[in-house]
Design a protein around this ligand. Structure first.
Ligand SMILES: O=C(CO)[C@H](O)[C@H](O)COP(=O)(O)O
Length: 228
């Protein structure tokens, strides 16, 4: 049975897919809401002959895009993208967000940075007054101990993410660890983002505060979408 959340995600994803026009290079984010955008893009490719190229942000995104028959390339070939479509885990009213449930935030940040417009698709449960909850961070295995010490010094509680159908730590698509760092409610997301991203051994954290001036957030609900 399709849940309300799934309908909301589908409405958001389908709306984002309609923003894509012929000839566009499009970043394809990771997660279940982006899958709906890909589903609709696939339909448009078949029915309208939509001519587009996708740049995926993870193995998951590229596998699903291939299943959907979406032509793919890489950021080396397309360092400038028209639009990147991606999901988020928490979004505040200033359009700052936390990403990284899928441990893909490093590549997602590269693709968002390359794009003229960052379209974030989510259901209503992702909106919040103040960002809170664990901030995912991709960390070089070599630097883990030092990283955990630095996070504790900043007031966070680091917790290395463990595999579900794998013993031991989650290994990211780039071969690193993913560490969820709990800071509770985050007063100054920009400062926390730069403090974490400046730590030795950090690839990228899941706080996304730098794209707000070119972000469109599409929040799906049971009946349609709201745009922020
Ligand atoms: O940041 C992400 C992956 O790293 C996802 O975009 C985020 O977790 C949203 O996922 P979903 O659309 O499945 O709720």
């Amino acid at each position: 049975m399709t849940s309300d959340i799934d309908i909301s995600k589908k409405n958001a994803g389908y709306f984002a897919a309609e923003l894509i026009q012929d000839g566009m290079a499009v970043g394809l984010g990771t997660g279940s809401t982006v899958f709906y955008a890909m589903e609709r893009l696939s339909e448009r490719i078949s029915s309208e002959g939509l001519d587009m190229i996708g740049v995926p942000t993870s193995f998951q995104a590229s596998m699903r895009a291939r299943e959907y028959g979406i032509p793919l390339s890489v950021i080396d070939e397309y360092p400038s993208l028209d639009i990147a479509i991606d999901g988020a885990d928490k979004i505040d009213s200033s359009l700052r967000m936390i990403k990284g449930r899928g441990a893909a935030q490093t590549l997602e940040r590269c693709v968002a940075d390359a794009a003229d417009l960052f379209v974030v698709v989510a259901d209503e449960s992702k909106m919040c007054e103040k960002l809170h909850g664990p901030v995912p961070v991709e960390v070089l295995p070599f630097a883990l101990g030092l990283f955990e010490r630095r996070i504790r010094e900043l007031g966070g509680i680091p917790s290395i993410r463990l595999g579900v159908k794998k013993d031991g730590p989650v290994i990211t698509d780039s071969g690193n660890f993913e560490v969820d760092c709990d800071f509770g409610f985050i007063d100054e997301p920009e400062l926390l983002q730069s403090a974490i991203n400046n730590m030795p051994g950090v690839l990228s954290c899941g706080l996304f505060t730098e794209f707000t001036d070119r972000t469109k957030v599409v929040i799906g609900n049971e009946n349609g979408v709201n745009i922020f």
